[in-house]
Ligand binder design. Structure first.
Ligand SMILES: [Zn+2]
Length: 543
């Protein structure tokens, strides 16, 4: 240091100050009110810390893209249970309210876990606004990306409302009429008449609403539309390791396309991306499926992060909704030898697998006489026991991963404690530009929604008031008559009459028919099986 003059230190200091001032000026949009224009939340369903550690070792030990974003822990319990189902866990992220197993975008009947405020009488199953709906009302573009069917619990929780995740008919109809700009994933079966109880052809409706409806990665890539609906499988997409890239895009490719389209909106955007099947692999105790889709998820995170770092006005959140499987590196067999086992003891057996347990299923012949060959070729296992062969032989259609997952886990000393979800805290990963705050410490899953609303400068409570008014109470207060009408095919409407005015509100749509004339509303008519809720603008249609 001796040879550096005072003068050059002073010069260096002022240069630093000048540069930091320059950088600060560059971040003004984010600094003002500490908001960001865009939010991307990526949800690796059912991912655990041990899963990410395993995926990192599997790729050679280099950091995952999400590693640099780790900043806290999230409590995942639902309103009335310590272990969450994806529906209430997704609802917590989307709406800021904990809910009950199976409940999508609605309040629970009771909130009795320690420290929770009780649910007010009459508010049971009440729909509550999602961050996607709030972003849309603020003029932002919105998008949903998933590897499962798009009406599956997590994407449904951001875009629809019903107290049963199994009600695909109503959830998907709401998703279509919620006017999301970009929807990429799977589930065309549940949009087609043959896959629906109400026989509605939602694919035709999607096209009529002006979407570019695409079914191949090529068509997705080439689409120039501002509204894209991409369905690349009738049900769910393959695990990334099993995926045919000519038929199905990767999660990262779908994420890139969604960002490309949504970022054209000058008001900003909200995007939810789900790596859906990490959870499914964990249920099956298949470590290959877990690794395959954590790494695919991480590439999607990198896509979002690269965009955010350039864009400087985007917050990226990655957080799972709950743990699953109780996966561990080390099992009962390593109780006495855990610190003597080399890395290869865990990773080498996994590296031999060319497909996930699910991908393996199609390689067995009809009478499963080629079990040894298939397991040697695609799973690298040549020492199957008679019992293991029997397990594979007897595996039910569609559940081969449940048979072979534990077989490869045993050889790699990967432990599992359950085939179900688990109740521990999960890691919060956030990238925020400039001085936009990042949550730290241990937060609630509902705080993730509250953070996004703060970042985007919207109010979920205000949007709930605007979008979900108790229809009967509101219309009757105006002296109108209200009745539920069935068209005979299971399609219900709320019909409101006062004097010579008649307003029809078809359930699960944003449409009001006023004296025979179609009017579009900014929200949906939602019936939760108990009450019907309508946007406040529907109430204003009756004078
Ligand atoms: Zn889940």
């Amino acid at each position: 240091m001796k040879h550096i003059s005072q003068k050059s230190i002073a010069l260096a200091l002022s240069l630093c100050m000048f540069l930091s001032m320059f950088l600060w000026i560059g971040q003004v949009p984010a600094e003002a009110g500490k908001k960001a224009k865009n939010v991307i939340i990526l949800i690796p369903d059912g991912m655990t810390v041990a899963g990410t550690t395993l995926a990192r070792w599997y790729q050679g030990g280099t950091p995952l893209a999400m590693d640099e974003m780790a900043c806290g822990l999230v409590r995942t319990y639902s309103a009335d249970a310590p272990i969450a189902d994806s529906a209430p866990a997704g609802t917590a992220f989307a709406t800021g309210h904990k809910s009950h197993t199976g409940y999508v975008g609605v309040l629970p009947d009771a909130a009795n876990m320690p420290g929770l405020a009780p649910i007010a009488k009459g508010d049971e199953k009440k729909p509550v606004a999602t961050i996607l709906e709030a972003a849309k009302l603020a003029g932002k573009a919105t998008g949903l990306v998933a590897t499962s069917e798009i009406m599956h619990a997590t994407p449904a929780a951001f875009s629809s409302h019903f107290p049963s995740r199994k009600n695909y008919d109503d959830l998907s109809e709401q998703q279509v009429y919620n006017r999301i700009d970009v929807v990429l994933g799977a589930g065309s079966k549940f949009l087609s008449p043959e896959g629906r109880k109400d026989k509605t052809d939602l694919i035709s409706i999607i096209k009529n609403l002006g979407y570019d409806y695409v079914t191949t990665p090529e068509a997705m890539k080439n689409s120039k539309s501002d509204k894209i609906w991409g369905m690349f499988s009738p049900t769910n997409l393959s695990y990334d390791m099993d995926r045919n890239p000519a038929e199905q895009p990767s999660l990262a490719e779908m994420t890139a396309k969604a960002i490309e389209v949504l970022s054209k909106d000058k008001d900003g955007f909200f995007l939810m991306v789900e790596g859906s099947k990490i959870d499914w692999a964990a249920h099956a105790n298949d470590p290959i499926g877990v690794i395959s889709d954590i790494l695919a998820f991480d590439k999607a995170v990198k896509t979002a992060l690269d965009f955010a770092k350039k864009n400087r006005d985007t917050v990226v959140i990655a957080v799972t909704d709950h743990g699953n499987g109780g996966i561990s590196i080390g099992d009962r067999a390593t109780t006495k030898t855990y610190d003597e086992e080399p890395l290869s003891a865990f990773i080498a057996p996994l590296k031999k697998a060319k497909l996930t347990g699910e991908g393996l299923e199609s390689k067995f012949n009809a009478n499963r006489s080629n079990i040894k060959e298939v397991m040697a070729t695609y799973f690298g296992i040549t020492d199957l026991t008679e019992e293991e062969i029997k397990t594979i032989k007897e595996a039910k259609a569609g559940s081969m991963n449940y048979a072979v997952g534990p077989i490869i886990s045993k050889r790699a000393h990967i432990g599992w404690t359950t085939g179900g979800h688990t109740g521990e805290d999960v890691v919060l990963y956030v990238y925020a530009p400039g001085s936009v705050e990042r949550p730290t410490g241990v937060i609630e899953n509902t705080d993730v929604a509250r953070y996004m609303e703060k970042v985007l400068g919207v109010s979920l409570d205000e949007v709930t008031k605007k979008l979900f008014v108790d229809a009967k109470a509101a219309f009757e207060a105006k002296g109108a008559k209200v009745e539920k009408v069935d068209d005979g095919n299971g399609n219900f409407s709320l019909v409101v009459t006062k004097g010579s005015t008649k307003v029809e509100l078809p359930f699960n749509t944003n449409i009001a028919i006023v004296d025979g004339k179609k009017v579009e509303m900014s929200g949906l008519t939602v019936d939760n099986g108990v009450k019907t809720y309508v946007p406040s603008e529907a109430v204003n249609l009756i004078k």
